[in-house]
Design a protein around this ligand. Structure first.
Ligand code: SF4
Length: 293
């Protein structure tokens, strides 16, 4: 799709991706991690996970292994994943399905997810939530664990005026949670990208004031800095409020070639490892809650 805010698009002089992971590598990684107490699998690709050609096998391996999947998808539900049967397979294997939302109008959606279709995206989400809620209601006779459906909203200048429309729609269709994350710009990103899309500190402060719901949970990195009047320059600013551990220190990130990384900081992984935001002492990810919600 070549979404403009993708971290892969924010790099300079790099090949676009790392290729597709062989399923033997997936299997070996999961089987090894099971010995260490694997709690969940997060298929994270910097692309659309449901386009992975072995995704059905991945789901089946996780179900058989008793390990839930924590899925983030762009909501296009390609191929059979958009059918009721496909969505039921996802709900059976996943603990949470987060659907990315980059825009909530035809105009912002098509600019931020080129080639996507806003009406189809909405219809897909509504169908998934209806199936998830029907499954929950039927939990007595279907003992599989419940799967929540969340939205993951990337906040930027083009959709900041749409947040209340998103929130009211999400409440009306029965979404259980929205993660509100301001767009992240790597040190390597073209300056015009931030100039076009970045929200200012006062914009973020205003969003924190208006985003509130009695019907669903509002979380995400927008609220990591809730005690600050206007944004957060770095984790170091928080002093004693910043945990002295990394919330991701029990995660393993397996790359397509089978190599392993421990740190999910996008500046370190995709951008400039020497940049201040890539250093643990200035890493805002330290303010994130540990995984599990
Ligand atoms: S840079 Fe951030 S995410 Fe990475 S290890 Fe340090 S604290 Fe953790």
């Amino acid at each position: 799709m070549h979404c403009p805010l993708c971290f892969l698009a924010q790099r300079q002089n790099e090949n676009f991706g790392l290729g597709e992971m062989p399923f033997a590598t997936v299997r070996a990684a999961i089987e090894n991690a099971l010995k260490e107490g694997l709690r969940e699998v997060i298929p994270s690709t910097m692309g659309e996970p449901l386009l992975y050609s072995h995704f059905s096998e991945l789901l089946e391996l996780c179900v058989v292994s008793g390990v839930p999947v924590n899925l983030t998808t762009n909501g296009s539900f390609p191929g059979t994943w958009g059918t009721e049967q496909g969505m039921r397979s996802l709900l059976r294997a996943c603990r949470d399905i987060k659907v990315s939302c980059m825009g909530f109008s035809e105009e912002s959606f098509s600019e931020m997810m080129p080639g996507g279709n806003f009406s189809r995206w909405k219809a897909n989400v509504e169908k998934l939530v209806a199936l998830a809620n029907a499954r929950l209601a039927d939990r007595e006779s279907a003992p599989a664990s419940p799967c929540s459906v969340s939205l993951q909203v990337t906040l930027h200048r083009k959709n900041a005026g749409e947040v209340l429309d998103m929130l009211r729609w999400a409440e009306s269709v029965g979404i259980s949670r929205i993660k509100w994350n301001p767009a992240v710009f790597l040190n390597t990103a073209p300056t015009e990208l931030a100039a076009r899309y970045a929200l200012g500190k006062d914009d973020l402060h205003n969003l924190r004031q208006v985003i509130h719901s009695d019907k669903l949970r509002c979380e995400g990195s927008l609220f990591f800095a809730s005690d600050m009047p206007s944004g957060a320059p770095s984790a170091a600013s928080y002093g004693a409020d910043v945990p002295d551990f990394c919330p991701f220190d029990d995660e393993l990130w397996v790359l397509p070639d089978g190599s392993v990384q421990h740190c999910p900081n996008p500046e370190r992984r995709y951008g400039d490892p020497a940049a201040p935001a890539a250093q643990c002492s200035r890493c805002l990810l330290r303010l994130a809650p540990r995984r599990g919600s």
